[in-house]
Design a protein around this ligand. Structure first.
Ligand code: 13P
Ligand code: SF4
Length: 347
C-alpha cells in the first residue's frame, strides 16, 4: 500500500469547520409549532424527509413521524430512490443531497442548508484527484460517497462504509489494483481487511480524527464490561480498540444484538438518539476526543450536520429554496458508479 503525497490543507478545512454556525436552539413553543407546520407542508407539497443519524434528534424524530426515513448514507440513497414523493428533502450534508439528485433527476431535491459540507469532500478537489487518477491509469478508482458529484463521475465505483470492504474484496479477487479516496483511515482499514493493492488519498473526517485511543483504553479499565464501537473513519489506533467496527447502521445494530449493557461509542454523538431508541435500558458513553496535549474542535459532533435546523427546514419547504442541482453530464457519469454500488448492495 502506498499513500499519495498530495498535501491537503487540513488547517484550512478545520478553520472552515470552526466558522460554521449551528442551527439555533428553540423554545419548546416555537419547536412544537415548527414541527406541526413542517408536517403539514410536507403533505401539501408531496415531500419526504430523509435524515442521517448524525442530525439532531428533532430532525430524526420528524423524519420518522412524517413517513420519511433515518439511516446511514447508503440507505438514505436507496430510500430516496424507491420512495414515490416528488420532492426529497435531505437532512445531512451536501454529498448526500447530491447523491439523491444523481439517482433522482426527475425529482426536486432540497436541503435545509446546502452549505453543510464534509471535510472528506473538501479534501478531495476534482482537479487534483483527477490528476492523481490519470497518473495511475491501470487502477480502478473507488471513492467514498463523501465526495462531490464530479469526483463520483471520475470514479469507477462509489462505496459507503457499509459495503466498502466487500466491494474492495470483490475487486481484489478479480485482480484489480485500486485508487482509494478520500478517507485515509477508512482506506487503511479496508486495505488491512482485504490485502488489496491500494493507493490512498490523504483526507480525513474532522470528527472521527479526534477520537483518542489512549482515552478509550482508560475508559475500558473503568468499564471493563463495556463494548467499544468504532466507525472506520477513525484513526488506526482507535480502530484497534474496537469490539465492533462498522457503518452507523452496523453500530446501531450491534447495540441491539450484543448482551453488553454499556457501550463506548467512537462516532458522532447524533447516533445516540437511535441507539437509545433501540436499547433504552443500555448505557452509552461518548468516546473521548481529548487527552494529553489534545484539543477537540468538533467534540464528537459534526459542525455541518449541526446546521440542519427546524427553522431552515420550514423555510426550505415553504419556498422551495436550497434546491440541489447537478450538471447533467456529471450526473450521468456519476450515476454509473453510484448505481454499481446500489446493484452490488442488492446482489
Ligand atoms: P455512514 O455511511 O456510516 O452513515 O457514514 C457516513 C458519514 O460519514 C456521515 O458523516
Ligand atoms: Fe463528513 Fe465527518 Fe461530518 Fe461525516 S461526520 S459529514 S465524514 S465531516
Amino acid at each position: 500500500m502506498t499513500a499519495h503525497a498530495y498535501s491537503i490543507n487540513d488547517q484550512a478545512i478545520r478553520s472552515l469547520a470552526n466558522s460554521v454556525v449551528a442551527a439555533p436552539i428553540l423554545t419548546a413553543t416555537k419547536r412544537a409549532s415548527l414541527i406541526a407546520e413542517i408536517k403539514q407542508l410536507m403533505q401539501d407539497k408531496d415531500a419526504v424527509l430523509v435524515a442521517h443519524y448524525y442530525t439532531s434528534s428533532d430532525m430524526q424524530m420528524l423524519a420518522e413521524e412524517s413517513g420519511g426515513y433515518v439511516s446511514d448514507s447508503l440507505d438514505m440513497a436507496r430510500f430516496g430512490n424507491e420512495h414515490s414523493a416528488s420532492t426529497i428533502i435531505v437532512a445531512g450534508v451536501k454529498f448526500m443531497g447530491e447523491t439523491a439528485k444523481i439517482l433522482n433527476p426527475e425529482k426536486t431535491v432540497l436541503m435545509p442548508n446546502p452549505d453543510a459540507e464534509c471535510s472528506l469532500d473538501l479534501s478531495c478537489p476534482i482537479d487534483a484527484f483527477s490528476d492523481f487518477c490519470d497518473q495511475h491509469p491501470d487502477r480502478t478508482v473507488v471513492v467514498y460517497a463523501n465526495t462531490s458529484a464530479q469526483v463520483k463521475a471520475r470514479a469507477d465505483w462509489v462505496v459507503t462504509s457499509s459495503i466498502a470492504v466487500n466491494v474492495i474484496k470483490h475487486l481484489h479477487q478479480r485482480g484489480e489494483k485500486i485508487i482509494w479516496g478520500p478517507d485515509r483511515y477508512l482506506g487503511d482499514y479496508i486495505q488491512k481487511q482485504t490485502n488489496a493493492d491500494m493507493l490512498l488519498w490523504q483526507g480525513s473526517c474532522i470528527v472521527h480524527d479526534e477520537f483518542k485511543a489512549e482515552g478509550i483504553s482508560r475508559l475500558r479499565q473503568k468499564y471493563p464490561d463495556a463494548a467499544v464501537l468504532v466507525h472506520p473513519e477513525s484513526p488506526r489506533e482507535v480502530i484497534q480498540q474496537a469490539d465492533v467496527v462498522g457503518s452507523t447502521t452496523a453500530l446501531i445494530n450491534a447495540v441491539s444484538k450484543m448482551d453488553n449493557k454499556t457501550f463506548i461509542v467512537a462516532t458522532d454523538n447524533g447516533i445516540f438518539y437511535k441507539m437509545r431508541q433501540m436499547a433504552s435500558d443500555k448505557h452509552f458513553i461518548e468516546a473521548p476526543t481529548n487527552g494529553i496535549g489534545a484539543t477537540c474542535n468538533s467534540c464528537a459532533h459534526c459542525p455541518w450536520m449541526a446546521m440542519n435546523g427546524l427553522e431552515a427546514l420550514a423555510q426550505t419547504i415553504k419556498t422551495g429554496c436550497n434546491e440541489i442541482t447537478v450538471d447533467e453530464n456529471v450526473r450521468v457519469k456519476a450515476l454509473r458508479s453510484v448505481q454499481r454500488m446500489i446493484n452490488f448492495s442488492k446482489s
